[in-house]
Design a protein around this ligand. Structure first.
Ligand code: CA2
Length: 152
């Protein structure tokens, strides 16, 4: 079966608030801006995007499971679940798709509790602290991986 030309974009809890508060940390762009940027960047390479944001862990898990059959890869900013969720990590490992982990802020320059990521070693691409533009770089790097897998 050929690889689907679709990416899943997952944004975790509180990222619906992007652009409304803490611009010094997260910038001024909204979640809609992020989703449009990712769609545009994927489109350049002939991929479409299914975007999900939720404040509920189970909704994110279900979206990740659904991607197993119809997406080529997953771009995820898990928000605070990065630092707490074995469940999210297990879901990503379980679907065995290539994953890009994105963080808008430089988590390593912030509080100690943000330095650990449960997702880090199930992701093949990591883009940390590059602002919203980091999502576009993550898409490009991830599609390089996907294309390499398809060719190999
Ligand atoms: O830097 C990132 O992208 C984070 O994943 C964002 C999470 C944080 O818990 C991680 O440590 C790093 C928080 C997302 C909350 O986003 C907001 C945006 C604007 C206003 C309030 C919250």
């Amino acid at each position: 079966m050929s690889t689907p030309r679709r990416l899943l974009l997952v944004n975790g809890p509180n990222l619906n608030l992007l652009g409304t508060r803490e611009p010094e940390i997260y910038g001024r762009e909204s979640l809609a801006d992020v989703e449009a940027l990712v769609a545009r960047t994927a489109q350049e390479r002939g991929y479409e995007v299914r975007a999900v944001q939720s404040n509920h862990e189970g909704v994110l898990i279900d979206a990740i499971h659904a991607a197993r059959t119809d997406c080529a890869a997953i771009v995820i900013n898990p928000g605070g679940l990065t630092h707490t969720s074995v469940v999210l990590r297990d879901a990503l490992a379980g679907v065995a798709l290539p994953v890009a982990e994105v963080h808008i802020s430089d988590v390593y320059a912030r509080e100690e509790f943000r330095h650990h990521s449960f997702v880090r070693d199930v992701a093949v691409v990591h883009v940390i602290g590059e602002g919203v533009a980091g999502y576009a770089r993550a898409v490009r790097l991830l599609l390089d991986v996907v294309t390499g897998l398809a060719d190999g």
